[in-house]
Design a protein around this ligand. Structure first.
Ligand code: 5GP
Ligand code: ZN
Length: 118
């Protein structure tokens, strides 16, 4: 785990533990998915591991990464955008714009997304 963060006061750890009663779009023993507080598109859902991992700099177990990305299709299907298309974004560190220091995968869709950097 990176030295500058801890699970102790991590908002995504608390959400994943059910502390706030957040509605989960999807949940299993490894991860939960819930809608982003500040959606950037009609569908904007976050896939979050239950385990506190900061980002890829923590060298997470490849099985965990595979699980998170592997569930993106199911989350997109549940949100109704699997066929229309969706974008996956995963930010690492300050320059990437990571604001929550708990690994997460954004699933974004529901409208024509720009052909920008991502
Ligand atoms: P990042 O910029 O770190 O990749 O993305 C963090 C995302 O988490 C942002 O899109 C932000 O809107 C979302 N977020 C931050 N705090 C909360 C929260 O308490 N609940 C939910 N549902 N989303 C949050
Ligand atoms: Zn956490």
């Amino acid at each position: 785990m990176s030295k500058d963060t801890s699970a102790h006061d991590c908002i995504f750890c608390k959400i994943a533990a059910g502390d706030f009663g957040t509605d989960f779009v999807y949940a299993d023993e490894v991860c939960v998915a819930f809608d982003d507080l500040n959606p950037q598109a009609p569908v904007h859902t976050l896939i979050v591991p239950r385990e506190h991992v900061v980002n890829l700099n923590d060298d997470p177990d490849p099985n965990l990464l595979g699980h998170l990305f592997g569930r993106a299709h199911e989350v997109a299907r549940l949100k109704g955008v699997a066929d229309s298309g969706y974008r996956i974004i995963q930010n690492n560190g300050e320059d990437a714009g990571q604001t929550v220091m708990h690994l997460h995968v954004h699933v974004i869709g529901g409208s024509q997304l720009g052909e920008g950097l991502v």
